[in-house]
Design a protein. Structure first.
Lengths: 110, 114
């Protein structure tokens, strides 16, 4: 069973059409949930870290939220340059490493 | 630019061969992590080094090995290569080894085994 599950696998939006990406996790003792953005042929780029339920962080058109079982990445009025794969990762208590989900591929059309 | 440098960008080799991938971490970072990314498996953690010592091991095959040198750069050695080893290999670095440390990724090495 995957510890980190992201949905949907792919999402196509029109420019300006807001939506949310989901990341659910089953690890016990969460010590951080991380969101990364990955462009084709490039390495993941750090976006946010969330540590406790109820926490929210924002950056431009992106807002990340965290509950006890899942995190959402809300994209408000997206632009074509927001097209990328968004990866979620968790750090479990007692570990310094990250477990990644398989990502959501977002395509924003003009 | 994350500050993490990986070389080479692309590597094409044949089955049974051995290759070495190189990673230079961001200035001041002591931890280096290696990941493998394939289409079906996503980003999989392989191994972590902290200040020259192995700190954590993930799904790393016995045919693969890594080390971190005194200048903190790291190398990932892949031997007896198989077709299934074709993937993107990423290196990441972080300042330390605590849970709050953010991992910054390099641009990756694309390995093609023919």
């Amino acid at each position: 069973e995957d510890q980190v599950t992201q949905s949907p696998e792919a999402l196509r939006l029109q420019e300006g059409e807001s939506s949310s990406l989901n990341c659910s996790y089953t690890v016990s003792g969460l010590r951080g949930l991380f969101w990364y953005r990955q462009d084709p042929g490039k390495g993941p780029e750090f976006l946010f870290t969330l540590y406790s339920a109820g926490e929210e962080k924002e950056k431009e058109r992106l807002k990340a939220t965290l509950t006890k079982k899942e995190s959402f990445l809300h994209i408000t009025a997206p632009k074509p340059e927001d097209s990328a794969t968004y990866l979620c990762a968790v750090r479990e208590s007692g570990y310094s490493t990250l477990t990644f989900g398989k990502g959501t591929m977002l395509l924003v059309s003009p | 630019d994350s500050g993490v440098t990986q070389t080479p960008k692309h590597l094409i080799t044949a089955t049974g061969q051995r290759v070495t991938l190189r990673c230079s971490p961001r200035s001041g970072d002591l931890s280096v992590y290696w990941y493998q990314q394939s289409l079906d498996q996503g980003l999989q953690f392989l191994i972590q080094y902290y200040n020259g010592e192995e700190r954590a091991k993930g799904n790393i095959l016995e045919r693969f090995s890594a080390q971190q040198f005194p200048d903190l750069h790291s190398e990932l050695n892949l031997s007896s290569l198989e077709l299934g080893d074709s993937a993107l290999y990423f290196c990441a670095s972080s300042v330390g080894n605590t849970p709050g440390n953010i991992q910054y990724f390099g641009a990756g090495t694309r390995l093609s085994v023919l």
